[in-house]
Write a protein that binds this ligand. Structure first.
Ligand code: SF4
Ligand code: SF4
Length: 72
């Protein structure tokens, strides 16, 4: 488990969907990557599966201190 939330770099995403496929609670991470939007779901387990599985290095964790928007 990690603190923070998942942030995509949309310029690197190839929309393969591996991230969404591997999310244990079914968050559509690919859609977030497409739009360049952080995954700020209250349900996100911050398990890191999407980050670990992305073959393009699109996803990373960002700590809430840098965004001040977690829980919004
Ligand atoms: S696994 Fe990575 S490259 Fe594939 S859709 Fe998800 S963010 Fe994009
Ligand atoms: S960190 Fe885990 S729960 Fe959150 S979006 Fe990625 S795979 Fe899903």
């Amino acid at each position: 488990m990690s603190a923070g939330f998942v942030v995509p770099d949309p310029s690197r995403c190839v929309q393969c969907g591996i991230c969404s496929y591997n999310c244990p609670i079914g968050i559509d991470v690919r859609a977030h990557a497409w739009l360049g939007r952080p995954v700020k779901h209250g349900e996100c387990l911050t398990c890191g599966e999407c980050v670990a599985r992305c073959p393009r290095g699109v996803l990373r964790f960002e700590l809430p201190e840098t965004g001040r928007e977690i829980g919004a």
